[in-house]
Design a binder for this molecule. Sequence first.
Ligand code: ATP
Length: 430
Amino acid sequence: AEDVPGRVGTRFDLEKETELRFEVEAGDGAEQVEMELLSGMGEVFGSELNRNKKYTFGPGAKIAVFTWQGCSVNLYGKPEVAYVSKDTPMLLYLNTHAALEQMRKQAEKDNERGPRVMVVGPTDVGKSTVCRLLLSYAVRVGRRPTFVELDVGQSGVSVPGTVSALCIERPADVEEGFSVQAPLVYHFGSTTPGTNIKLYNKLTSCLADVFSQRCEVNRKASVGGCIINTCGWVKGSGYQALVHCASAFEVDVVLVLDHERLYNELKRDLPHFVRVVLLPKSGGVVERSKECRRDTRDEKIREYFYGFRGITFYPFSYEVRFSDVRIYKIGAPSIPDSCLPLGMSQDDTQLKLVPVTPGRDLTYHVLSVSSAEDGEDGVRKGIVETPVCGFIVVTNVDTQAQVMKVLSPAPRPLPRHTLLIMDIRFMDMK
Ligand code: ATP
């Protein structure tokens, strides 16, 4: 098949229950790959494809077109790899969806709540993809599930260093993923939970509380249940964080991807009524290097400020006086228990707001803008548990003039004046 002159499509004929996997070359200047469904029916991670529409995938994309009945697909451009695989766990994933849907039906009948599902496993087993699949399938049968994103390294919802929740109202877009309108986002501040596990657990509890409150007033949300994506850190405190999450959300189902020991541990440690299920990972999931992860994080921040594909944002750059803002870091460096003041615990120090004196070293840091009202009290109680309303990046600091220049999605002035500093930095190379 000939597309625009010079661009020849490569045709793939897929038998039923097989998938076409392809990767787009990574890096700047890499050529995009277009994909078109010619006949039959196919889906990408749970979202159905339209026939004769060209879908475009940018550098680094790793895609699978799965078909239940068989289909023909054309690829245009030069994918780094492209092959058809017969060996996919999609049938098991679909069965999992069917079981969850059964639980929702039962919940509807008994006036109970729908399934709360936690997806766990080491890195690169396709946790995010399984979440996307289950959410898209649920919404396709008319449910309104909630996506809870606890992966602070590779958030699918907001910038890295955050945890969030999102009500899913339509299937993920084939090219762009879920539409992220009005997510509930909390500041964590770093890309691994280990930096401040107390804070991480606290924020998990916050999200669980907000979700439960919503379920009390919204029947559809309650029946829809939630799908929780977690971090790939499954040992030590990382494991404890999973157990904490299971109890905070009172999860009913845990899906363990490709990790038998984790499966056995969770079976042992979670209450007996929690269904722990071991699922294989898909052979299509590609391992991602450290650099690749860092690039993805950078890209996520860039998207926040500059938009994505068809939608271009024009961020603003302006000066903020030090005297107009209060900058905090959450968590004081830990000190030995024996040195703690009487009546204070290690928990208190990890959740403490430590004022940050603006200096040069603030440059390039991402700051969360807390939605907390600008109160006059110096204690700023409750800020840790308050969602954020947006992010800015410090692009320059002038200690002499006592001002910093920031990159912001909205024009001056800042909507609020309490800022929380992240470990994460973003260098604007545009
Ligand atoms: P992490 O814990 O590191 O965030 P993860 O376990 O959540 O990773 P995913 O983000 O779901 O993993 O998947 C990793 C990559 O593999 C993604 O780019 C995804 O698009 C791709 N991928 C997932 N399933 C397939 C498949 N069947 N064929 C091809 N690519 C796939």
